[in-house]
Ligand binder design. Structure first.
Ligand code: NAP
Length: 242
């Protein structure tokens, strides 16, 4: 069986490492970041060209099954994969790491709602960690922002008062505490990405009394099978070939 592994996450890399070379896999990356961490085994890079492009690519490459291990907020790719696999009757699994515990956070459904909470609560020093595409709704805010991104923000106009911190995790507790303290942060805005690599900011915020605004994950497409760990996904793949 030839398996497409939709990636861009540490879990996808771990799964590729588990499956290659015993299974015939090809990993796919969106190509957003320069110099991405590459998974083991064959890799293709770049969008497929929407639903039609994905349909074509799956056929051209004789794919028998798809594991979608994209980031929990990569909702468009996940929707496209679910739709095309359903149409073609292909086995399909989503690997989505468990969400963080959002107890104590202000939970919102979008970047726009997060910006509204920041405005309503009159926070003045914001640690914004929602990624390069998440800055836009904050541009008219009067607060000061520490914007931490892997690659520069998409928004052409940024908040009037800000600093961009280009960096890639993992991040440790001591450094996250120092970052919050040194920048006198009063609120952390984050997606509920889950996972260990970027979790330290939440513990640091809790211990320093920094408020948290957490954007909930988009729901998975209806009827899609999902697991939370690399072990479960590897077992699912092994089961396909029995
Ligand atoms: P998205 O909004 O769901 O996808 C937008 C488009 O990017 C898709 O329609 C597809 O283009 C292309 N794409 C996305 N993932 C792809 C993949 N693995 N292989 C090939 N094409 C892909 O995704 P996103 O939020 O921009 O995220 C892009 C990638 O970064 C994902 O692979 C994700 O795992 C990773 N990532 C995302 C986040 C996040 O917060 N969203 C954080 C960390 C890593 P076509 O329509 O042309 O096929």
């Amino acid at each position: 069986m030839r398996i497409l592994l939709l990636g861009g996450t540490g879990e996808a890399r771990a799964l590729a490492g588990r499956l290659h070379p015993d299974h015939d896999i090809v990993s796919s990356l969106a190509g957003r970041v320069p110099d991405p961490a590459l998974p083991a085994g064959p890799v293709r890079i770049g969008g497929f060209g929407g639903v039609a492009g994905l349909r074509q690519w799956l056929g051209d490459n004789a794919i028998d099954a798809v594991v979608d291990a994209t980031h929990p907020f990569a909702a468009t790719m996940t929707a496209h994969a679910a739709q095309v696999c359903a149409e073609r009757g292909l086995p399909h699994l989503v690997l989505s790491r468990p969400a963080w515990d959002a107890t104590g956070a202000a939970r919102v459904a979008s970047d726009v709602e997060a910006a509204q909470v920041v405005a309503d609560q009159q926070y003045s020093r914001v640690f914004l960690t929602t990624g390069r595409s998440g800055v836009g709704p904050f541009t008219s805010s009067h607060a000061w922002f520490l914007i931490r991104v892997v690659t520069p923000p998409e928004a052409v106009v940024l908040p009037r008062n800000h600093e961009v911190l280009l960096s890639r995790g993992p991040y440790g507790y001591v450094d996250e505490c120092a970052l919050l303290r040194d920048n006198r942060i009063d609120v952390l805005v984050t997606k509920n990405s889950g996972g260990e690599l970027t979790h330290a900011k939440l513990k640091a915020a809790a211990d320093l009394g920094v408020a948290v605004v957490m954007i909930d994950r988009p729901p998975l497409p209806a009827g899609v099978g999902a697991v939370g760990t690399v072990d479960e996904a590897a077992a699912w793949v092994a089961g396909l070939e029995r």
